[in-house]
Design a protein around this ligand. Sequence first.
Ligand SMILES: [Zn+2]
Length: 385
Amino acid sequence: MAQSSIPKILFSSLKPRLPQMLELLRELTLLESPSTEKAPADRCCNFLADQWLLRGGIIHILKREHRGHHLRVVWPPLAGRPSGQLLVLGHYDTVYPTGTLAQMPFRVSGGKAYGPGTFDMKAGLVQALFAFEALQELKLPVTKNIVSLWTSDEEIGSESSRSLIESEAKRSDAVFVLEPSLGPRGLLKTSRKGVGEAELLVHGRSSHAGLAPEKGINAIHELAAQITRIERWNNYRSGVTVNADIIEGGSRTNVIADRAKATLDLRAWRHSDMRALESRLHSLRPIHRGTKLEITGGFDRPPLERKHTAALFSRAKSLAKQLGITLGEAAAGGGSDGNFTAAVGVPTLDGLGAVGDGAHSTHEHVLIKTMPERAALLAALLSCC
Ligand SMILES: [Zn+2]
């Protein structure tokens, strides 16, 4: 079989399966799976495990006490010893609490499938399942072990899955992330900002605001001065941003506040900028005499830099061309689990999931007709890498 025909063969096999893909997307969407609710998340995980079993995967359910289980699926080559490993990565959790379906039901309209988590990223899960189905039925030559990980807590920072993702990535030659693509043309994400969170806590001294104002040290005044200082660190050209997005402090108007706190969102495109921002934060000193600062936190997802993804992207681009798709790329200001896999030095291609719009919003949807071609692209990448 000529290499150049593989994407087309895959697409012809996948295109007629669109009704089944849509039906599976409906079933998966109806199994609401918020990151913070273990029982419904586990149900969704078990359903996914059954789907992989049906397609010849070897299943490992990795149980977690407080979060939904993670699902690891191994798919060995049809013949011979594996010559390496590829990792397919995704999450089945969503940002929507159970019951969201009542206001935001699964529905199909105008070529789009709407519903909580459809775009981010249940359609991506469906595409992966059908990509494997097609590879298996067509008996295409896959030479590597393919491991896929479907995790339960990406939307809340991946605390219970991070080490699993990193150790699986270290064993892999490449990682394919099924996060949604960007925009109606389905751009892949070839760089992502590093993302973090820090807390700036100010201690002052309380006093009666009328009887003894001179004895007080106002923590809110200090925090305000610090925030004004920090605000100047924003640099849209280099992409370094720091935003105080939550503040709290004080108790009553006649009491000088002895405590104030800001939670900061941190972002950067480059590792070096990330480190510089962290050290700047941790070297903040009080402006008002007598106050004390406590700074905690930092980046938890390092940036996904383009150098870790360029070669895989050009391979994807040439495979997509054989499907008649002009594949573009984009940089994303948000992080994903792909940030972790790139940070351990493994080539990572992100945004290989659904084409659609409205992630984390009431109009979240998928462009239905793109599902078979995106599944074919993933399958082609797995058979040629
Ligand atoms: Zn996602």
